[in-house]
Design a protein around this ligand. Structure first.
Ligand code: GLN
Length: 197
């Protein structure tokens, strides 16, 4: 199995370190040809306006959208989740529209722009997942095909799945808990086995 990590900006190195720890082959993705032969793709956190611009410049938008359409597993974390959305509350960045969710950027204001929260996650056993939020987005709308995996105590969703697509507002690559990365690898195997033609 080869997992690509979008490496144009943000904390791609941390995702790669966890995947390596789990014994998975990885590929840094900066150009479209580096998407070939991948089983899954992670889009990391960072700054979504920059991510959006660089994806346009490096002509990565259409190939990543095509990957999603072919049924490949894709996981967006934080700014990467913003890129997954079908709509966001601002005009910039321009999301890829591959997941049926609405997203609000920087949803927690300046005072609490970073915080940590223990979250129960659907499909993960105890203990709850220790989630790190950094100037995080929240999900404002979920489509009918979207399952909410985790929400904040006030009910706002922060982890969602739609088929082989996963999105989290927080940063699983910044903790030593590898459960969500392992879950994404399971999702990738499942998606690869039922690959659409
Ligand atoms: N606030 C950033 C954005 O909207 C996301 C922050 C992050 O990825 N940690 O692009």
């Amino acid at each position: 199995m080869i997992i690509g990590v979008l490496a144009v900006q943000g904390d791609f190195a941390e995702h790669i370190a966890i995947l390596k720890e789990l014994g998975v082959e990885t590929q840094e993705v900066r150009l479209p040809h580096q998407l070939k032969g991948l089983d899954g793709l992670i889009m990391p956190g960072g700054e979504s306006t920059t991510l959006s611009r660089l994806m346009t410049i490096y002509e990565l938008r259409e190939p990543v959208r095509a990957m999603a359409a072919r049924g490949k597993a894709i996981w967006g974390t934080c700014a990467g989740m913003v890129m997954m959305a079908s709509e966001i509350t601002e005009q910039d960045p321009v999301p890829l529209e591959i997941m049926d969710i609405g997203v609000l950027r920087n949803a927690f204001g300046r005072q609490v722009d970073s915080f940590e929260q223990d979250l129960p996650v659907v499909g993960l056993d105890d203990p709850p997942y220790h989630a790190v939020f950094i100037r995080a987005p929240v999900i404002t709308r979920v489509g009918e095909q979207v399952q909410v995996l985790a929400s904040l105590p006030d009910g706002r969703p922060v982890a969602v799945q739609q088929g082989q697509l996963l999105a989290t507002s927080f940063h699983p690559e910044l903790t030593s808990d590898t459960r969500l990365h392992r879950r994404f690898l399971d999702l990738t195997s499942w998606a690869s086995s039922g690959q659409k033609a």
